[in-house]
Design a protein around this ligand. Sequence first.
Ligand SMILES: C[S@@+](CC[C@H](N)C(=O)[O-])C[C@H]1O[C@@H](n2cnc3c(N)ncnc32)[C@H](O)[C@@H]1O
Length: 468
Amino acid sequence: MEMPYDLPLMKRGAEIEVLIDRLDRKGRGTGSVDGRTMAVRGGLPGQVVRVRVTRRRRLEGYVLEVVTRSPHEVDARCPHSGSCGGCAFQQLAYPVQLTALREQVGNAFAAAGLEVVVPEVIGCDPPFGYRNKMDFTFGATRWVEVGEPEGVERDFALGMHVSGRFDRVLDIQSCALHFDEADGLLTSAREVARAHGLPPWDVLRHTGLLRHLVLRKGFGTGEIMVDLVTSEDAGPSVDRWAEAMLERHPEVTTLVQNVNTRPASVAFGERERVIHGPGVITERIGDLAFNISANSFFQTNSRQAAVLFSLVSELAAPTGDEVVWDLYCGTGALSLAAARTAREVWGFELVDAAVADARGNAALNDLSNVHFIAGDVLASLGEGVSLDAPPPDLAIVDPPRAGLHPKVLSGLLRLAPPRIVYVSCNIHASAPQIATLVAEGGYDVECVRPVDMFPHTPHVECVVALRR
Ligand SMILES: C[S@@+](CC[C@H](N)C(=O)[O-])C[C@H]1O[C@@H](n2cnc3c(N)ncnc32)[C@H](O)[C@@H]1O
């Protein structure tokens, strides 16, 4: 295809046209420009787009205008799609997203030198309204979208970061991904904060009170948690805000405050205060119940969590003779799923609140053969460390996005469990580690099962079964 640009002019800020032919691992469209690959933020496969060049060495840019629509394009449901950093490609037909995710998984294994069969990605039905947890940011610098009225307030926002901007917050009115009640809670949280004159956190000056609003729902129980993250205690102000919120939203079953005095913009408090209700919500997945507190990890897509847990149960399928270790166990979801058939299960988790939830969840589900070890997996798997836990016949590992710490990988190789089930939310980090387990540990990849836990984003969950 002839492209109407002149290569010497292709510098930062230049405009060119690009035919997008696929998605890269970050969810950006990519196309070929004079034999070089260009990554285009907002570009979808099948589109011809006019692009502003932002990097010329490693060619990158963003879409200024869609010149020709893609046959795979659909209308986005969300009014903020395009500006919001939450979704990457809501305008891409869902079956095409699943195909692209499968390709990403295949590419990651191929890049790691492993030949594996990657089946179709198990899709989420429906791929909207699936998130049981949303973390919204308060900001003192609002991003004003094209088409918003003149004179719109710019010094208060509650929503998501604008794609690629840590200092600009988009004032989200509604989101197509989160649970039904979240839009109303978001609107009230903003209105009540404004009415009470509570200042948003200014990420550049480190001033202001309101930092994050975290909303959580148990899809299986209907219970709802509101977690307000603030920069200081400010008890009376927060209490007034909470009272007004609860008056408007009797559906909220618990409301907590987390205080984060540190500069890092995380919705994780150094201290927590329960203002209303039990401080936890209960989620029900299949025949298991989980109590989840504000700072504990739980899979964010309850519908697909049911699929994931049964996949892990099916592939792990521990026998009554087997000892299972669940590394990075969070609130104990996979530990409990395995405990129903295993001899005993040992879960390892860093976050104290999650360990407390996990222990409570074992009791809640009448499982007495599960034990949890609090602390860094790295310390537990260190050379020469002696643990109460008997050596594992099967290790389930479900690390954060960065994958296993290299020393945890070495520890796993030293432990050499006969079977490993690796649950990965970032196959690009995990595939090289799986290749190491194959090359140095003598494991075979028995099967790979990708599951879409995060529709409209480039992230894909993979369950990989390994045996020596
Ligand atoms: C992807 S989640 C997995 C949770 C669990 N398997 C589930 O499905 O609900 C990763 C968990 O690892 C924990 N974690 C992160 N770094 C850790 C570390 N160094 N040692 C132990 N746990 C860690 C996080 O707190 C989080 O609960």
